[in-house]
Design a binder for this molecule. Structure first.
Ligand SMILES: [Zn+2]
Length: 582
């Protein structure tokens, strides 16, 4: 079949017959047309290899829309005398003027074409559109297109597992086959952004992703013979969600599944020292027992006479404010020391605090304890490897390091216990040795995506930020939130937003967008002042993305544990088959 005949055949078929028949027609690798820009005022294309524009060889072509006048001699201008035309400037200042509707095809014979700081395989096509701007399309074989998609949808650097990348290649190919012709009216098949799937061209290709595309050539995921809607998201947080709870369409293969493959073995930990109160432990680990020690711990070494006296039962309030301010904030000169220290969270007008509480607050609020945060990857009883900012870092555990489990706002002293990996840890380390540690139990326990630093997240929003976020709902100042129902993955499906002048029920995706959260899966804590007024909220979640379909980090975790790409795909897409199209 010629390409033109194939295009006509597929367009008729998709219009009148099911997609199932269409895929039977794709015996050969299809050509795809990717929209790189649909609203460009000017377009510049370059190549190392010469290409031709209307028979003229060149290495660069700059397209601009110009207005020309077709008026006869001496006559008055009419609107229709003015016409948009395409001006193309080639090497050596050579100019071409063509009708705006011209389709200019550029092909550098095997070399890549450069457009907008990216390089592309295939043929670039430039044409004027109804907005009198330019549309730029990259036309190339499906498999070559996927080479520029897979590494941008699942990073081979962070998630360098071949089987996970192969699963991603099949998902991306399935998406492309299913959506061929989606933007036909604009003159291409698929867009190049995350509204479709991200395509950044030849410059982003990666050998491992290329291998993944090659080894799955022509394979797509089908359900009852049709290509599936292969949705995927970064990190599901332990369980994927039913599609109809996020998007308003029910599909039998997009149902909630538990994101696990091989169960990890819990590894015991213990400490020789347990201190019931974690604040006491902070002071013990810091070896701070009085204000002088606190000053030297915080590096405030210059001698001062201002350190307030430290009687054993001393309490600290407004009378000690000036002494404390002078000792610990020597370079700040506020109008009122007490107001300043209250703002800093050190003292409180409401009630005086104990010396221990004061020491803890000084160390804590001034960041002196230098808490670090990471997600536990491996633990062998002595050495812990934590993922910090996406990279693994190893630490030795001090045998007497006090260990706490954080439950809500409480920190429970743990002399011994078990870790399975994926625990979120706050800790203090000195020269690679952990001196104190607070962990949060891994709720996603054996999930295949537990290693992601995105597996758990926490965001704090001030009252002002919340009011701004919910402003589009037009219900006045925020008073509170209430989850109406949750889906199988525990994502809130409907949340009621309570305002001063009304209430609004918000679906998951909208809620996530309004607040700018990573995922719709969230629990929240309201913070209220002594008068019961809302002053802020903390949101806790697991995962990143909508949580429907393939969990990309879960796919990586499964591959690490030895799963093949078809096992991965069949895990996240219930009841599917893999079909080789070409
Ligand atoms: Zn997952």
């Amino acid at each position: 079949m010629t390409k033109r005949a194939l295009v006509i055949a597929t367009s008729i078929l998709t219009m009148v017959i099911s997609v199932r028949v269409m895929i039977a027609a794709l015996q050969l690798e299809p050509t795809v047309r990717i929209g790189l820009n649909q609203n460009a005022a000017t377009v510049s294309i370059r190549s190392a290899q010469a290409f031709r524009v209307e028979q003229s060889p060149t290495r660069s072509a700059k397209f601009t829309a110009i207005v020309t006048v077709d008026a006869g001699k001496g006559s008055t201008l009419k609107k229709e005398d003015l016409q948009y035309r395409m001006l193309i400037e080639l090497d050596g200042g050579k100019l071409l003027v063509l009708p705006m509707s011209s389709k200019i095809r550029l092909d550098a014979a095997g070399s890549h074409l450069e457009y907008d700081n990216r390089t592309y395989r295939g043929t670039l096509e430039v044409f004027g559109n109804s907005r009198n701007t330019f549309t730029v399309v990259d036309e190339l074989p499906m498999e070559e297109y996927l080479l520029g998609v897979v590494p941008n949808e699942l990073s081979p650097r962070t998630f360098g597992q071949l089987e996970a990348l192969k699963a991603q290649a099949v998902a991306a190919r399935t998406y492309a086959v299913r959506n061929l012709g989606q933007y036909r009216r604009e003159g291409y098949d698929i867009c190049n952004t995350d509204s479709c799937q991200v395509y950044f061209g030849a410059g982003t290709e990666d050998p491992l992703a290329t291998q993944a595309v090659t080894e799955t050539r022509g394979v797509i995921a089908t359900f009852q013979g049709s290509p599936i809607n292969a949705l995927y998201s970064s990190t599901c947080g332990g369980r994927t969600e039913n599609v109809e709870n996020i998007f308003d369409e029910k599909l039998p293969y997009l149902v909630s599944v538990i994101c696990e493959y091989k169960h990890p073995e819990p590894k015991p930990f213990s400490s020789t020292r347990s201190i019931a109160n974690w604040k006491d432990a902070v002071l013990e680990v810091a070896r701070v027992s009085d204000l002088s020690a606190a000053r030297s711990f915080l590096g405030l070494s210059t001698p001062t006479a201002a350190v307030p006296s430290a009687a054993p039962d001393a309490t600290y309030g407004p009378d000690q404010a000036t002494g404390i301010r002078e000792s610990f904030y020597p370079n700040v000169k506020p109008p009122s020391d007490m107001e300043f220290l209250t703002e800093q969270g050190i003292l409180s007008f409401a009630q005086p605090i104990s010396e221990k509480e004061l020491l803890f607050r000084l160390i804590d609020k001034k960041g002196g304890f230098e808490w670090q945060q990471g997600v536990l990857e491996t633990w062998d009883g002595q050495t812990a490897t934590l993922i910090i900012n996406g990279a693994p870092v190893s630490f030795t555990m001090k045998p007497d390091a006090p260990i706490y489990q954080r439950i809500g706002d409480d920190r429970l002293s743990m002399k011994e216990g078990m870790w399975i990996g994926g625990e979120l840890m706050d800790f203090r380390s000195v020269d690679g040795v952990i001196e104190m540690l607070v962990y949060r139990k891994n709720f996603v326990a054996p999930a295949a995506d537990r290693f992601s630093r995105l597996a758990m997240w926490q965001v704090h929003k001030t009252k002002q930020e919340l009011d701004t976020a919910f402003k589009p709902l037009n219900i006045g100042e925020l008073k509170g939130l209430k989850v109406v129902d949750r889906g199988p993955s525990q994502r809130p499906i409907t949340t009621e937003v309570i305002g001063a002048t009304g209430r609004s029920r918000v679906r998951a995706l909208r809620f996530r967008t309004l607040l700018g959260l990573r995922d719709s899966l969230a629990y929240f804590d309201e913070e209220r002042n002594s008068r019961g007024e809302l002053i802020g909220m903390s949101f806790y979640g697991q995962g990143w993305g909508h949580g429907v379909g393939m969990c990309q980090v879960g796919a990586f975790g499964m591959a690490l544990d030895g799963a093949t790409y078809d096992e991965i795909l069949k895990k996240y897409y219930t009841g599917i088959e893999l079909t080789k199209l070409f």
